[in-house]
Design a protein around this ligand. Structure first.
Ligand SMILES: NC(=O)C1=CN([C@@H]2O[C@H](COP(=O)(O)OP(=O)(O)OC[C@H]3O[C@@H](n4cnc5c(N)ncnc54)[C@H](OP(=O)(O)O)[C@@H]3O)[C@@H](O)[C@H]2O)C=CC1
Ligand SMILES: CC(=O)N[C@@H](CCC(=O)OP(=O)(O)O)C(=O)O
Length: 338
């Protein structure tokens, strides 16, 4: 059993992690943490999420502020899941790594090996270039070999997960004419913005709107790890959870539906958390509350429209983090997830 804690456990992804890890046969969920001065400190997580009553009733402990105590905590565990904001993960990961822990970070703090990217898109100066260089990008279906040998997994972002899982097999198989940039339009439920109250995510404000047009931080994350530029436009929809991505791309001349199906089969035949549609198209209803990413497509006149769907809190965050941890420890990658 791996002794494990979650930091940021009261947030939306943290609560999903708590539920998954409580039932996981190989992780011993020791404790849940929030910030030192959290308004929720010492409350059982199930008072915030009544659906967790009698499933996870652990208290939300304030994270020790002092580095010595934090190091002592880190030395007492094997694994930490950081379900915290980027800046918080940026500061905490090195402390846990120095103590020998395996770190699974759900934030964007270690996803892109380019310090300038953090100044431009995250608004802070990255202080740990060596960790950034050595962190493994946690896109589980594509990076399993590297994930097996790292102590720092930077779990892929929610939109980047569904976008890359949909596009990568076609790009790797040279089926797309990339002189026309793939165009990704994706709609996310409001839980993507986290639990903290904000005007844009309040009930009367949420509608269906594009945001981050031409400047969302997930565009460079996707482009970096796909190895090709894309046009990416996120949208906020008035539902709680799930992401639906509609991706338009140009096919190389003569590419057939059979070749496209074969490409998806080739990469995902042994990837149990990817479901390729033979007919029909994915929807959020098909994936919400599940760890799957569903992919379907249609072609016409030399173009393809790919539809990808996932639950942003699960395959887009907590479930993929546990999938990466399963891979890291050599467990079946779906343990605790299906
Ligand atoms: N929501 C989503 O769909 C996805 C989120 N992510 C990423 O996962 C991370 C968590 O997201 P999400 O769950 O939505 O966030 P939330 O805002 O819902 O939760 C954040 C959590 O962090 C805690 N926290 C805040 N400051 C600190 C601190 N200094 N030390 C320890 N804990 C702290 C909060 O509790 P308190 O403030 O009470 O201390 C809360 O438990 C983010 O980096 C996000 O980008 C990734 C993919 C998808
Ligand atoms: C709807 C919404 O606001 N979504 C968030 C993305 C979710 C998230 O937290 O981003 P990571 O996957 O990079 O961690 C956003 O656009 O910033």
């Amino acid at each position: 059993m791996q002794n494990t804690i979650i930091v940021g456990a009261s947030g939306y992804t943290g609560a999903e992690l708590a539920q998954i890890l409580t039932r996981h046969p190989h992780f011993n969920l020791m404790a849940l943490y929030v910030s030192t001065n959290s308004a929720d400190a010492n409350k059982p997580i199930s008072t915030l999420y009544p659906k967790l009553k009698q499933i996870v009733d652990l208290p939300l402990l304030p994270l020790p502020e002092n580095t010595e105590k934090l190091t002592a905590l880190a030395q007492s565990i094997d694994t930490v899941f950081l379900a915290t904001a980027h800046e918080v993960s940026h500061d905490l990961a090195p402390i846990f790594l120095a103590a020998g822990c395996k770190v699974f970070d759900l934030s964007g703090a270690y996803r892109v090996n380019n310090a300038a990217f953090y100044t431009e898109f995250y608004g802070f100066k990255h202080q740990y270039p060596e960790l950034l260089k050595n962190a493994v990008y946690g896109l589980a279906e594509w990076n399993a070999e590297k994930i097996k040998h790292t102590n720092l997994v930077a779990v892929a972002g929610c939109y980047p997960t569904v976008s890359q899982l949909s596009l990568k097999p076609l790009i790797e198989n040279h089926l797309l004419d990339l002189s026309q940039l793939p165009v990704i339009n994706a709609v996310s439920g409001v839980s993507g913005a986290g639990r903290k109250a904000s005007l844009t995510s309040s009930f009367c404000e949420v509608s269906l709107n594009a945001y981050g047009v031409f400047n969302h931080r997930h565009q460079p994350e996707i482009a970096t790890h796909l190895g090709t530029e894309v046009i990416f436009t996120p949208h906020l929809g008035n539902f709680k959870r799930g992401i639906l991505a509609t991706i338009t791309a140009k096919l190389k001349p003569g590419v057939t539906d059979t070749q496209i199906h074969s490409a998806y089969q080739q990469y995902y035949a042994n990837k149990p958390l990817i479901r390729i549609y033979e007919q029909g198209l994915p929807s959020i209803q098909a994936v919400e509350f599940t760890p799957y990413c569903d992919i379907g497509f249609a072609t016409k006149n030399g173009h393809i429209i790919i539809i990808g769907a996932e639950d942003n809190l699960l395959k887009g965050a907590a479930a993929q983090a546990v999938q990466c941890a399963n891979i890291r420890y050599g467990f079946d990658e779906t343990v605790g997830l299906i």
